[in-house]
Design a protein around this ligand. Structure first.
Ligand SMILES: CC(C)(COP(=O)(O)OP(=O)(O)OC[C@H]1O[C@@H](n2cnc3c(N)ncnc32)[C@H](O)[C@@H]1OP(=O)(O)O)[C@@H](O)C(=O)NCCC(=O)NCCS
Length: 166
């Protein structure tokens, strides 16, 4: 598994990988609820480039043998706080890729000036997602309702917040 910065040239591959993953993403990911097309990929890649330039977020392709199998992103939320988000193609789960990718995001976060806390948020029903912060030694610090994102799919509408301090 390797991480790399996304580029404009990834649009077609991203649409294919996300389209193949839709049934697996839609229970949890509001951004995938309405399907995913070239316009959505172009918007995501444009915003990713802008955020990377501004230093506000660092979205990475998760790759295996050069092929995109998911995305992991580090997002700055406050001067001392960053957050990690992730998804994988369903054929590439169960191998530790999201955990390893998130471990790299933790390293990146603590290398940014001022960041002292990293969080991961997931819906209470998203047990697979909870495994990532648990394996990385994060501590559950909050359960928040109403949730930040709409309770679509399998979401019950309670955000579990995990945190790792430097
Ligand atoms: C959330 C999501 C990325 C988790 O995927 P995952 O495959 O469970 O997570 P990892 O890639 O870290 O793999 C961990 C699994 O691989 C196993 N594994 C194998 N080798 C491993 C290794 N070297 N290191 C860690 N785990 C390893 C673990 O035991 C674990 O398996 P288990 O769930 O049976 O215990 C995935 O379920 C997903 O894409 N869901 C839909 C989108 C989503 O919910 N995103 C998060 C929104 S908050």
């Amino acid at each position: 598994m390797e991480l790399r910065r996304l580029t404009d040239g990834d649009s077609e591959e991203l649409v294919r990988v996300i389209t193949e993953s839709l049934a697996h993403l839609q229970p949890w990911s509001p951004w995938a609820a309405g399907g995913y097309d070239a316009a959505a990929a172009a918007r995501f890649l444009r915003e990713s480039a802008e955020e990377w330039e501004n230093g506000t977020a660092f979205p990475h392709a998760i790759t295996v043998d050069g092929a995109i199998v998911g995305v992991v992103a580090l997002m700055r939320r406050a001067p001392d706080l960053a957050e990690i988000g992730y998804w994988l193609h369903p054929a590439h789960t169960g191998r530790g890729h999201a955990t390893a990718a998130s471990a790299q995001m933790v390293e990146l976060a603590f290398g940014l000036g001022g960041v002292r806390r990293v969080q991961i948020w997931h819906d209470e029903a998203n047990v697979a997602s909870s495994g990532v912060p648990r394996r990385l030694g994060f501590t559950e610090v909050d359960r928040r309702t109403p949730a930040r994102e709409p309770a679509i799919g399998n979401r019950v509408g309670v955000d579990v917040v995990w945190e790792l301090r430097r």
